[in-house]
Design a protein around this ligand. Structure first.
Ligand code: ADP
Length: 535
């Protein structure tokens, strides 16, 4: 598993992964932005188309009023119609049609009536043949036999407008036209378009369609690019017009751009993120490698220290062994020569000299004991024998046998309260622990009472906890720790003999077996020594 993981890390370079993720999401966001751009553009095209159709419908419906008006006038003009009658009917018609600015009657090609006359006086008697364009456009109405609009053009009465003409026949013969005049201003304001042909959202253009379909005249002439960009064209047949509606400020780019920008930002973030994430295991790996190297180094130096310590220890042991061995020889010489001195020259030595010799021999003896104890101490921890099941009762019996002289002298009692049948351990060290602790319990007994010693053991989870309790002289609480230190004694040598090494040897053995030792005592009442042995 970890192998796969590692090879995966090695295979994908974080930089390449980062660039790949960035490129992938960039391309994806460009694609999405492009789609959004197209959709927004299409939406705007649909909007202008919708507006163009709506506008065309409105335009046609308002021009349809003109059809009614011209038809009514033509009906009355089939016979002679006086100017009063014309004015009366026209007045009525204008009242109903707000888009129409004036109504005219044209006989042949000459305007004979205009309503309202005020402001339009100049039109009376005007011959439309004066200008080719007028007569051409009028002829279209005649040939189509229906209302047809000319314009937009500059009206002779002033202003821009369109004129719709409907042919009139008297007795089956062409007589003239009924006509309506629509001023551009009037109906543009009705549609909510300003005189330049725009409102807040759209630009409008109404052009005259030439024979070849091209635009030959412009209504508004405001935007030269009226047929470029987002626009829609509708044909209006009533005047052969092309109606153009164009979006004033197309927003599809502005609307789609934020998606593009967002996409690029997202791609950068994702690229960096994937770079970081794929880099992290490598970084952690190198951190782990570094820490492992440090630990290995530390381990090495610890091992070296342990080796050094081992060497020092064995050197020390060798030293202690050799020293104690080699010291014994001169010590023996001192003792034997002193003994010889006392024997051979006994008669010539006075009592003082004999006492000096006695002290010297005694000192040498104690020194020998110290050397032997030191030798024991230096040997603790060297368990040459294998572990075995030890019968503790037998051990206590053997120790009691060794200590029998003192037990008998003091009529001491050794009671076993509770101990396990056997424990699995090295035998000699266990023997030594019991021997040292029991001999102390006998040695430091109180003269005024019979020594009673109790041995017990409690089973703990990982240890056996032993206790050896006596009713001896007890120990000061201050000395609880001190007594386990090498050569530390609480008494003068003539009070209680000893080298002060017994307990330190026991402590060293117990700790070597993975346990610990401590004491509880009440001065004058007795002491209990506790020690644990790992199971
Ligand atoms: P030593 O007995 O040779 O002096 P130990 O190391 O065995 O050395 O004991 C150290 C000191 O602890 C003794 O000098 C004695 O004062 C005290 N001690 C040890 N065992 C007992 C005991 N059972 N009761 C009272 N005092 C004790």
């Amino acid at each position: 598993m970890s192998q796969n993981h590692k090879s995966f890390i090695i295979r994908i370079n974080p930089k390449i992964l980062g660039i790949f993720v960035f490129s992938f999401f960039s391309i994806l966001s460009i694609f999405i932005t492009e789609r959004i751009y197209e959709i927004e553009k299409k939406r705007e095209f649909l909007q202008v188309e919708h507006e163009a159709i709506l506008f065309k419908k409105q335009l046609e419906s308002s021009l349809n009023h003109s059809i009614t008006a011209t038809k009514v006038i033509s009906f009355f003009a089939k016979k002679f119609i006086s100017s009063e009658e014309f004015a009366k009917i026209s007045k009525e018609l204008l009242a109903q049609n707000p888009f129409i600015d004036a109504i005219q009657l044209v006989e042949g090609s000459t305007i004979i009536h205009t309503y309202p006359l005020t402001g339009n006086e100049i039109t009376i008697g005007y011959d439309i043949r004066n200008e080719d364009i007028h007569i051409n456009e009028a002829m279209k109405a005649k040939s189509r036999q229906e209302l047809y609009f000319e314009g937009p053009f500059e009206l002779i009465q002033g202003g821009i407008g369109i004129v719709g003409r409907f042919p009139i026949y008297r007795n089956e013969k062409f007589w003239g036209f009924s006509a309506v005049v629509l001023r551009a201003k009037t109906f543009l304001s009705a549609f909510g378009i300003d005189p330049k042909g725009k409102n807040s959202n759209f630009v409008y253009e109404l052009t005259k369609r030439g024979e070849d379909g091209s635009d030959i005249g412009k209504f508004f002439n405001h935007d030269p690019n009226y047929n470029k960009g987002i626009f829609h064209k509708e044909e209006v047949s009533l005047g052969d017009w092309n109606l153009y509606v164009k979006a004033r400020s197309p927003k599809h780019l502005v609307r789609s751009l934020p998606y593009g920008v967002l996409g690029v930002i997202l791609s950068v973030v994702l690229g960096i993120l994937s770079y970081r994430m794929s880099n992290e295991p490598q970084r952690l790996q190198s951190l782990v490698d570094q820490k492992t190297a440090e630990l290995n180094l530390l381990n090495e130096s610890l091992k070296q220290k342990a080796r050094d310590l081992e060497i020092t220890n064995s050197e020390m042991e060798q030293f202690a062994y050799i020293a104690s061995h080699d010291l014994q020889e001169p010590l023996r010489m001192v003792t034997s020569f002193l003994t010889q001195l006392e024997k051979k020259y006994s008669e010539s030595l006075d009592e003082k000299a004999k006492l000096y010799i006695y002290y010297a021999v005694d000192g040498a003896k104690r020194m020998r004991q110290i050397i032997l104890d030191l030798l024991d101490f230096s040997r603790v921890g060297k368990f040459d024998e294998e572990k075995e099941a030890i019968d503790l009762r037998r051990i206590i019996d053997q120790v009691s046998f060794i200590l029998r002289k003192s037990i008998e002298e003091k009529s001491a009692e050794i009671n076993i309260i509770s101990i396990p049948e056997s424990i699995f351990c090295h035998k000699t060290p266990i023997e030594q622990i019991f021997q040292n602790l029991l001999s102390n319990a006998l040695k430091y007994s109180a003269t005024e009472r019979t020594p009673v010693i109790e041995i017990s053991c409690t089973e703990l989870e990982d240890f056996w906890e032993f206790s050896i309790k006596d009713n001896g002289i007890g120990i000061d609480e201050d000395a609880f720790d001190r007594i386990f230190i090498i050569f530390q004694r609480l008494h003068a040598k003539d009070e209680y003999g000893g080298t002060g090494m017994g307990l330190s040897i026991v402590k060293k053995i117990v700790e070597n077996l993975g346990g610990r030792i401590w004491v509880k005592s009440n001065k004058g009442e007795g002491s209990t020594f506790y020690f644990t042995i790992r199971k």
